[in-house]
Design a protein around this ligand. Structure first.
Ligand code: PGA
Length: 249
């Protein structure tokens, strides 16, 4: 696990350098995307869009894959991750990626939708690079804390702490979906490279626990500790409670 601490305004370039280097050596790489506020506040998506516009990188041969979606929310719903990706990334690109996979929240059979995501990953030869955020309860993707976790994509209840967080976007808590489709813990572990990004003081406690605590499904982000190729990029606020000595030992 490599931990990099950088001012917020340097994080996007760092992540985009990583993607650009990967695409230079493997133009048909499979890129795992993520949603949430982090790709926007850091400017990661904007930086990728700019580099694509300037011809520094191209997604024309790549496949994008999104790890999660809220159940009951269709691709045309403003709060869907489908729309998020269109709005903040895909509609801004000059050339669309060769493929894009995201679970459909209104699929008649959500379990089949989970299987379709795993099948797409298998057909594409695995995820080369997976961008991750971390939730305030330590979730990654929609893998919420639990006593045990499935390895493969699954249907999960959304933790109440997160539903309450999303209520402002939906207008009321009652309108926030209760379940989601998400990667499994093993789906994350199987990606060849993880890039977890966190910023802000409100992430400091959970980042410290995720990176230095015992690896446990009760804090799903701890899995980055045992991934063979994980880079954690933090701004100084998110890193402020990390015991760097502990990490060196
Ligand atoms: P955030 O969400 O980027 O909005 O903080 C991260 C997450 O919940 O995984």
């Amino acid at each position: 696990m490599k931990i990099i601490v950088r001012p917020l305004d340097q994080i996007a370039a760092l992540v985009a350098d990583d993607v650009q280097a990967l695409l230079a050596s493997k133009p048909d790489a499979v890129l795992g995307m993520t949603t949430g506020t982090t790709p926007l506040t850091t400017g990661i998506f904007q930086e990728l869009i700019c580099r694509e516009a300037q011809g520094q990188l191209s997604f024309a041969s790549t496949a994008f894959i999104n790890p999660d979606e809220q159940i009951g929310i269709g691709p045309d719903h403003e709060q869907s991750y489908y729309q998020y990706m269109k709005r903040h990334m895909l509609d801004e690109l000059r050339t669309q990626p060769k493929e894009w996979h995201i679970p459909i929240g209104t699929a008649a059979d959500p379990i089949a939708e989970c299987e379709a995501i795993e099948a797409a990953i298998a057909r594409l030869g695995g995820v080369d690079w997976q961008l991750l955020g971390i939730g305030i309860n330590g979730h990654i993707c929609f893998i919420e804390p639990a006593p045990s976790l499935p390895a493969k994509c699954f249907v999960t209840p959304i933790a109440e702490v997160n539903r309450e967080l999303y209520a402002k976007d939906y207008g009321s808590l009652a309108d926030v979906p209760t379940h989601a489709i998400t990667y499994g813990w093993g789906t994350v572990l199987a990606a060849r490279e993880l890039c977890l990004v966190a910023c802000g003081q409100h992430k400091a406690d959970i980042v410290a626990r995720a990176l230095t605590g015992n690896v446990t499904p009760e804090l799903p982000a701890t899995i980055v500790q045992i991934h063979p190729n994980a880079t954690i990029i933090l701004d100084p606020e998110a890193a402020s409670k990390l015991d760097m000595e502990l990490l060196r030992s």
